[in-house]
Design a protein around this ligand. Structure first.
Ligand SMILES: [Zn+2]
Length: 530
């Protein structure tokens, strides 16, 4: 019988502390859905009451299968838990779980909180008791636990014990500064497990020594059964424990897989590379090539002795099969592995094709060419869908764009203010008929988008409710020139959203490709005939 280990994702709370990361409400909704699908047990959404965005995020039930957690502080000294405004915001939040954070290092209680050690324990006890009495699951994050334990083990343990006795489901030991090494994490967790049983004990590790994953595993070996971490190790300073690394370790490494079970299924595991890259696209960051399991280089072998050995038997140089995490072997794309990978991706998008279909090799070649030009399909399912369907000869030619023109003008208006105008003209041909539309917009891409969707003849009614919900641009070196990659996310009346990609040295042209892909995708999805 395997023991269950629970994964607690804090990308949207602790991960949001990363410099340069600012999640919008829409981002949070999208990421929470992605995590839910992946199968993590808990999704911590943020800090309701601390800022309007998080309050809004918790104002409605997000309809997740994972447990949705709100984060906040235990009650302050001097007020009762039921009169503490911070605790009230947590109780108002639509969440299954409340994660309270409390100091567990006596030095911090004195200097940062300025209250007595006993008052801090009261805060823990009363906050958790109140949350549990309101039918919520409660977790205590013991901040600076390991440093606190080294300074005053009795007090650190008293914090943990108080939380457990008050009814906390989990007591989480946080290595807040990230400076503790695995052996010490293991030793201290073993000690704590004598007071708080392992099936109530969690670990929250930071990566300041590059050991966040190792520290999480050390805590599990010492008895803990709950791990907090983030997607791609996002987080303050050097980041948090990387769930994208931990998940395949638990699934694929016999040392763990033989003893523990997590909520992520094999099917979800096979989407891990896509999840990781989609998340980077959303943050507008270049995915890290050398990321364990999911990096583009994780299964890349340079031609030579290694490559020929890999081709004879992949196990010679690969510690796990790349397709198990949805990654690709990069030696020769036309190997069987490359094929099964593309077949799996197509199946995910609802396209069935026989493994021996000759068009599959052509699709692989096309994907390779496109990727060399700078296209990235991991974050743009809709464009990948269209690319595959067009190689299979299944994309109807609904319309043709004869030409477009975009003007941007900066000038003084009648009031003497400096203003920028953008307008676009598009000439499309539908059923042999020329249609010319012009539109103004907030910026050239918006003008082009409006002009393009203004009149598509008999297809117009199908795209009336289509709207652009996100737009991301990345400029990178491709060969000798700078190349621009544009990702457009579109939404329609059903609430469904899809992402398309365009690549060109010219940002308007790249945007145009992504915009037209979005329209064609919408028409195809509706089953519209040309
Ligand atoms: Zn943290």
């Amino acid at each position: 019988m395997k023991e269950r280990v629970y994964l607690f994702d804090t990308t949207l709370r602790d991960g949001a502390q990363t410099t340069g990361v600012d999640f919008s409400l829409h981002d949070k909704v999208v990421i929470a859905k992605m995590l839910d699908k992946l199968g993590v047990d808990y999704i911590e959404g943020g800090y309701p009451g601390a800022n309007p965005l998080d309050t809004a995020f918790f104002a409605k039930d997000q309809g997740l299968s994972s447990r949705f957690a709100a984060f906040g502080m235990t009650k302050r000294a001097g007020v009762s838990a039921s009169n503490d405004p911070g605790v009230a915001s947590l109780l108002d939040a639509k969440s299954d779980t409340i994660t309270f954070v409390a100091k567990s290092w006596d030095f911090h209680v004195h200097t940062a909180l300025g209250c007595t050690l006993e008052e801090n324990l009261d805060g823990i006890r009363e906050s958790i008791t109140l949350a549990v009495s309101r039918g919520r699951e409660a977790i205590l994050d013991c901040e600076h636990f390991f440093d606190g334990y080294k300074a005053n083990p009795d007090y650190a343990l008293a914090c943990a014990r108080t939380a457990l006795e008050a009814g906390a489901r989990w007591v989480v030991l946080c290595d807040t500064n990230g400076g503790t090494l695995p052996e010490e994490i293991g030793r201290i967790t073993t000690e704590v497990a004598k007071t708080v049983p392992g099936d109530h004990l969690g670990i929250h590790a930071h990566d300041d020594t590059g050991n966040a994953v190792a520290n999480s595993l050390a805590a599990i070996r010492a008895g803990a059964r709950h791990i907090q971490g983030t997607l791609n190790g996002l987080g303050e300073r050097c980041g948090n424990a990387n769930l994208v690394t931990l998940i395949p370790i638990f699934k694929l490494k016999p040392e763990l897989a033989d003893h523990y079970e997590i909520g992520v299924g094999d099917g979800a595991l096979a989407t891990l590379t896509q999840v990781s890259r989609t998340f980077d696209e959303l943050l507008n960051r270049q995915p890290r090539r050398q990321a364990p399991f999911v990096g583009a280089a994780a299964f890349a072998t340079k031609a030579g002795i290694h490559a020929s050995a890999v081709l004879k038997d992949p196990r010679t140089y690969e510690h796990v099969p790349p397709e198990s995490v949805g990654n690709r072997r990069q030696v020769l794309v036309s190997t069987q592995a490359g094929k099964s990978n593309v077949v799996a991706e197509l199946e995910r998008l609802g396209i069935t094709i026989a493994r021996d279909d000759p068009r599959l090799a052509r699709l692989l070649e096309t994907v390779k060419d496109k990727e060399a030009q700078g296209y990235a399909y991991e974050g743009a399912d809709a464009s990948f869908f269209l690319l595959a369907q067009s190689v299979l000869g299944r994309v109807p030619e609904y319309f043709k764009v004869e030409r477009f023109k975009v003007n941007v003008e900066r000038r003084h208006n009648a009031m003497g203010d400096l203003v920028t105008f953008s307008e676009a003209t598009v000439k499309v041909v539908v059923d042999g008929e020329e249609l010319i539309s012009a539109a103004e917009g907030d910026g050239p891409v918006n003008a082009l988008d409006r002009a393009l969707r203004k009149d598509l003849g008999r297809y117009q009614r199908h795209i009336e409710k289509l709207r652009l919900s996100d737009f991301r641009v990345r400029i990178f070196e491709g060969g000798t020139d700078a190349v621009t990659r544009v990702l457009v996310e579109s939404t329609d009346e059903t609430g469904e959203s899809w992402t398309t990609v365009g690549v060109s040295p010219n940002i308007i042209d790249a945007s145009f490709q992504a915009l037209t892909d979005s329209i064609v995708y919408k028409l195809m999805r509706e089953g519209v005939r040309a």
